[in-house]
Design a protein around this ligand. Structure first.
Ligand code: FES
Length: 176
């Protein structure tokens, strides 16, 4: 009769423990490699994204204009003081508003409200830009929000007046 090795409590006479140990080692290695791969991928993706958006960030930081073409908006005589004129710029899909203020200033902005995109109008009496949807007010001279829900300014369109004609000649990027 062969003598069997004396086993302690909870010990089995099989290779199960060894198999489990090897399994656990492999799992630890997998986790380590997966974590490393994930970190490498995340770092790579962040770097790629940063590089891809760099030109836009620099433009925004330097307050540069977009490269857009000169577009005729209206004859100055058609937009007297205290009046406004709707147009689109720089594309057909981007509505804009030319304002000839009561003080004689010419201003233009893309007029989708920066809150929830309702159209913004010139409110002649108060000399402000008003979004009627939730009573958002913008400064007509700067396009900055003054009251109500909007937190960001309207994109400002740069103007040129020549021979009684008003042109859009660029759009100022003021936030990223
Ligand atoms: S959409 Fe203009 S204030 Fe809400």
């Amino acid at each position: 009769m062969t003598e069997r090795k004396k086993l302690g409590r909870n010990q089995k006479d099989t290779n199960d423990d060894m198999i489990n140990l090897v399994d656990n080692l492999n799992r630890d290695d997998d986790l380590k490699y997966n974590r490393r791969t994930f970190l490498k991928t995340a770092a790579g993706a962040s770097m790629a994204l940063g590089l891809a958006t760099l030109p836009f960030s620099v433009k925004a930081m330097l307050n540069l204009n977009e490269d857009v073409e000169k577009v005729f908006i209206a004859n100055l005589s058609d937009v007297p003081k205290g009046e406004s004129f709707n147009f689109t710029y720089p594309t057909e899909a981007e509505p804009a508003l030319l304002v000839h203020t009561k003080d004689g200033e010419l201003k233009a902005y893309n007029n989708k409200c920066t809150h929830l995109q309702c159209p913004v109008f010139y409110e002649k009496e108060e000399n402000v830009l008003l979004c009627p949807c939730h009573k958002g007010y913008f400064n007509v001279n700067s396009g900055q929000p003054m009251a109500g829900p909007p937190q960001r300014e309207l994109p400002m369109i740069e103007l040129e007046v020549s021979n009684g004609k008003v042109y859009a000649v660029g759009r100022k990027i003021r936030h990223g």
